[in-house]
Design a protein around this ligand. Structure first.
Ligand SMILES: [Zn+2]
Ligand SMILES: [Zn+2]
Length: 193
């Protein structure tokens, strides 16, 4: 999967967007041309640009649900199937009903924001344990970091946003947020992008 910058292609397109028009980049890399760099549109307020996702031969055809503008990643997940599965797994847990409901509520809120969180990642947001020198984080913080560019890769298929000691791990094949780790330093396994 690659992304391609696309302007409205009319006389109102500014020089910044005009420069990036039709440039392509891998999903986790910034668009870059003539020293202009952006991860995704909008390049500025009222920017009308969009991104076109291009399937590369041999990769899976994406499923119905996608929200690349928010996530920067094409989601290859059918949200209805995912929800059914997730709810069944949550319901089978030996946990208080209020906790189970909280997991579902947070999942739905994140879907409304354009993100799919795995059960594990939801648990990290909802059921954080305090102490042990761990940095705690809020859902708002997680959403804030998700809007920032991917800055590390964990292997070829996992993108990492590592900001202020919090690492958010996203699977590039599904777009799912699979884990959130409070690391004080980036893992030595990651490669900077
Ligand atoms: Zn522009
Ligand atoms: Zn634009």
């Amino acid at each position: 999967m690659e992304k391609k910058w696309s302007t409205a292609a009319d006389e109102l397109v500014c020089p910044i967007c005009g420069t990036l028009h039709n440039t392509s980049a891998p999903m986790h890399v910034m668009f870059e041309k003539e020293k202009i760099r952006h991860f995704l549109p909008p390049a500025h307020p009222r920017c009308r640009c969009t991104v076109i996702y291009e399937e590369i031969a041999g990769t899976n055809t994406p499923n119905a649900w996608q929200n690349p503008r928010e996530s920067g990643i094409m989601n290859h997940v059918d949200v209805n199937e995912y929800r059914q599965d997730l709810y069944a797994r949550i319901d089978s847990k030996n946990k208080p009903d209020a906790y189970k409901q909280k997991l579902k509520d947070v999942f739905e809120y994140l879907v409304s924001q354009g993100y799919i969180f795995s059960e594990h990642a939801l648990g990290r947001v909802v059921g954080q344990k305090t102490g042990k020198g761990k940095r705690n984080f809020t859902l708002e913080e997680v959403l804030q970091y998700l809007a920032l560019p991917i800055n590390y890769m964990d292997g070829d298929m996992k993108a990492v946003r590592f900001y202020e000691g919090i690492a958010i791990i996203q699977a590039l094949d599904t777009g799912e947020i699979v884990s959130i780790i409070s690391n004080l330093e980036p893992s030595t396994r990651w490669k900077k992008v």
